[in-house]
Design a protein around this ligand. Structure first.
Ligand code: ACO
Length: 359
């Protein structure tokens, strides 16, 4: 059997498509390039949720709805803050999501994530919390709530591009998890939490911080090829390489790289990343000649989020601010069009004595 369900069609969706051959991502009739450039994060959420969470949704309307949701999430944060602040950030955000009631609306769920990230970062640093600013879009408000300082517009624009670029790409691991959860008629809040739990693993949304950590280690070693060889000899994975769908270059990596260049035209680390990518892809190719493992988006994502000024512990939860919009869209679509997901398995355990064929 194919134990990663590679190539298995498990849903029909109008929401998004990742085309590994063409190197393309489409979101509801938009290429990811146009979506990020023309719609921004809130516009992308409106595109995905239209017809599911309301009709005729617009970017401006979504900005207003998410601002109101952040205000409500901030007002409720006392319900989870003390417990969540004692845990690592990604776990704390999970606790904030878990505290949502079953009847939470999609915007209320999505608006909880940026608030949780900001208040947890500030509480853990012993700083006073910053009330969300309803006049700001999600990206700018997240930076405002974290830093309590005037937002640098270029940084807010770069984060907005990031959030729109990584919003969805077909039936990813966490998106499938969200669809499975809601398919039993569980709530949207439960589906978002299920998506988040799957997402945080190091092979999926947990990768961007680890990819940047890997770059630090390689740089400190002073020997790119030797470092890569040691990791591969030890049977370890190189963070930021490989993708189930994109065997060639992931188109989103170019968008994130362009955003980084706009923000930091002289980024010293970008040249290093390009060198690491080239050498790692060659090393992987030598070890598995029949298999293409290319760089994915995570090193570019890590560099961009770092340049925006976000701490590394926030990379995965910030990625989830984008992807949670997709978990919710897919969960709403699954509710409308899907059946309970219940695949089959092949039993390879011992046969009970009573069931064994007679001698
Ligand atoms: N480093 C080293 N070897 C790799 C890597 C890698 N990054 N990626 C794949 N391989 C090798 C595996 O070791 C495996 O070898 P084997 O057949 O000898 O066991 C083979 O390629 C196939 O691995 P799979 O996990 O089955 O391949 P798949 O294409 O399904 O993997 C995945 C996709 C999980 C992303 C993988 O490439 C990986 O672990 N990458 C590193 C983590 C990472 O960057 N994740 C972020 C992905 S993007 C996202 O989710 C947002």
């Amino acid at each position: 059997m194919n134990n990663g369900l590679e190539g298995v069609i498990a849903a029909e969706t109008v929401l998004s498509h990742a085309d590994g051959e063409r190197g393309a991502v489409w979101v509801r009739g938009h290429t990811i390039e146009r979506l990020a450039a023309e719609q921004g994060y809130e516009g992308a959420v409106a595109v995905m949720w239209d017809g599911f969470a309301g009709d005729g949704l617009t970017r401006a309307g979504m900005q207003e709805a998410l601002a109101a949701a952040r205000a409500a999430a901030f007002a409720r944060s006392g319900e989870w803050l003390d417990c969540a602040a004692r845990r690592p950030l990604a776990e704390g955000v999970r606790i904030a999501l878990a505290a949502l009631p079953d009847d939470a609306a999609p915007a209320a769920i999505l608006g909880t994530l940026p608030v949780a990230i900001a208040v947890l970062l500030r509480r853990r640093a012993g700083k006073p919390l910053v009330v969300p600013d309803p006049s700001l879009a999600t990206a700018a408000d997240l930076l405002h709530m974290i830093a309590d300082a005037p937002v640098v517009p270029q940084r807010a624009a770069a984060l907005d591009t990031y959030l729109a670029t990584v919003i969805d790409n077909g039936l990813g691991n966490s998106t499938f998890a969200a669809r499975v959860v809601v398919s039993s008629r569980a709530s949207l809040a439960a589906a978002a939490l299920g998506g988040y739990c799957a997402f945080c693993g190091p092979l999926h949304g947990g990768a961007p911080g680890l990819a940047l950590g890997m770059l630090d280690e390689i740089e400190a070693s002073g020997d790119i090829d030797g470092w890569i060889a040691r990791k591969l000899d030890a049977g370890e994975r190189l963070m930021g390489f490989g993708h189930r769908v994109f065997r060639h270059r992931d188109p989103r990596a170019d968008l994130l790289r362009a955003a980084l260049k706009r923000l930091e035209p002289n980024s010293a680390r970008l040249g290093f990343v390009i060198d690491v990518e080239r050498r790692a892809v060659a090393a992987l190719q030598r070890r598995k000649p029949g298999r293409r493992v290319e760089a994915n988006i995570e090193m570019d994502a890590g560099l961009l989020l770092d340049a925006i000024g976000l701490p590394r512990q926030a990379f995965t939860p910030v990625f989830a601010v984008a992807r949670c919009a997709a978990w919710l869209a897919h969960a709403m679509e699954q509710r409308q069009t899907g059946r309970m997901i219940r695949p089959a398995s092949t039993y390879i355990g011992p046969i009970p004595a009573e069931a064994a064929p007679a001698e």
